[in-house]
Design a protein around this ligand. Structure first.
Ligand code: PEP
Ligand code: CO
Length: 447
């Protein structure tokens, strides 16, 4: 049986951690950790195992992974409308992808835990005022005042509570009939739809509806249409939080991070000898690692050796975020080296984080065409190498925001100011997400 007190290697460097008041082992953070340790798990270890089995299917090309949600969730946006719109958007994208490819789609939210952000700078300066950078609602508040930007460990308890409330609604929606495939029409309601994509969507929904009616008339009405498996995921960034929510599974005696089903380690915290990789190597959840364009084949192989020495199928996902301009150049060597080693990994494309730039107006944005082009490059590379383009990882919202430019609605840089609401990176809005799903569906069809 694993012992939680000795599980994690002490003294390792943890990048991107907040400067808690009274220091890293001061009373405020210790109190928050003690509170968290007493709280019940947010997810059940058995669900993590179920997801791991699905990751294995996707890695083998028998399923497709769809992961999406906010760059940074916020406490104030954890409302019923916002959560429902995100779930509906992901369900719609999944229906489009599944209908085109006839592959099961593994649905994973960047949701119910995605509250902490790595930052390039520890501080932010406006005019002649310099304050700590906003590190996500898990750490401090986005408002630019000294009080708001002061890290507060009690926020970690609020992360737990907000995640619990979000997950409760997610479970109600996905198990209580809302996600029933027969509702495929309903998911489109309430969105300010662009007629081009909503018509295409309606047409597909009609076809799905007819197929379901046909099956029903033939006496087939499976339970599996009524409920949907929807999993939670977030970046395992604030180690005090993740460790406090790591528990021993009574069935197996192993440690699971029960703050979410799937956790990933980001591009900025994946140092091989760092605390985040040590953490990831000690939990049994399916895990992801972000790989940017500087990753070498040797790095990738070292990560495989550290995180999945037994080559357990479904354990490890590589989420590549190369940028549209580099994916075709950088990805092949990584895929080739990993494939040659015999390691089983799921390859997922994050076409967001390598394509961010600052518009002249100062807004951080991404071009829809760059996002699309990176996914296209990802499919091309895998096709050439005979490997599986296993899924996509998208920053999106169900709301009608103007944060990424382009797409069918042709949002321009000048439009960004209309509805720019993200607490961190720019997200695809509902229409852009649906449009991307239709375009990726075409790639999946001729893979
Ligand atoms: C993220 O996924 O929000 C993120 C910070 O990504 P990366 O670690 O790839 O930069
Ligand atoms: Co982001």
């Amino acid at each position: 049986m694993t012992n939680l007190d000795t599980l994690f290697t002490p003294g390792l460097v943890a990048a991107q951690q907040p400067q808690w008041p009274d220091g890293p082992s001061g009373a405020p953070i210790r109190e928050a950790v003690e509170q968290l340790k007493k709280l019940p798990p947010l997810v059940f270890a058995g669900e993590c195992d179920n997801l791991k089995a699905k990751v294995a299917e996707a890695a083998a090309g028998r399923a497709f992974w769809l992961q999406g949600g906010d760059c940074a969730e916020t406490f104030s946006a954890a409302t019923a409308d916002s959560i429902r719109n995100r779930i509906k958007t992901i369900l719609q994208m999944a229906a489009v992808l599944q209908y085109a490819s006839s592959l099961p789609v593994v649905k994973v939210g960047r949701m119910a835990g995605q509250f902490a952000k790595p930052r390039s700078n520890d501080t932010e300066t406006r005019g002649d005022v310099t304050l700590p950078a906003y590190r996500g609602d898990a750490v401090n508040d986005i408002e630019f005042t000294p009080e708001s930007r002061m890290p507060n460990p009690q926020r970690l308890v609020q992360v737990y509570n907000t995640s619990a409330a979000t997950l409760n609604l997610v479970r109600a929606f996905t198990q209580g009939g809302f996600a029933d495939l027969r509702q495929v029409h309903e998911w489109n309601k309430g969105f300010a739809n662009d007629p081009r994509f909503s018509q295409r969507y309606e047409q597909m929904a009609n076809e799905i509806g007819r197929a379901l009616e046909f099956m029903k008339s033939a006496g087939v009405d499976p339970e599996s249409f009524k409920k949907v498996d929807f999993y939670s995921s977030h970046e395992a960034l604030i180690l005090e939080y993740e460790k406090a929510l790591t528990r021993i599974d009574s069935r197996t005696g192993y440690a699971y991070d029960v703050s979410g089903h799937f956790v990933w380690v980001g591009e900025r915290t994946r140092q091989l000898d760092g605390a985040h990789m040590d953490f990831a190597s000690k939990i049994q959840n399916p895990i992801g690692i972000k790989l940017g364009p500087k990753t070498t084949p040797e790095d990738a192989l070292a990560m495989v050796a550290k995180l999945n020495p037994t080559n357990e199928p479904g354990r490890l996902t590589f989420i590549t975020r190369m940028g549209a301009g580099l994916i075709r150049e950088k990805l092949p060597a990584l895929v080739e080296a990993v494939t040659k080693s015999g390691a089983i990994v799921l390859w997922v494309c994050d076409p967001m984080h390598g394509n961010t730039y600052e518009a002249p107006s100062g807004y951080k944005t991404r071009k829809f065409d760059d996002v699309l082009d990176e996914v296209r490059g990802f499919f091309e590379v895998h096709k050439k190498l005979g490997t599986h383009p296993g899924g996509i990882h998208i920053e999106l919202t169900g709301d009608d925001v103007t944060e990424c430019v382009g797409g069918g609605e042709q949002i321009s840089e000048a439009d960004l100011a209309d509805r720019y609401e993200t607490a961190c990176d720019p997200r695809l809005n509902h229409t852009q997400s649906l449009e991307l799903a239709f375009l990726v569906a075409e790639m999946l069809r001729d893979r």
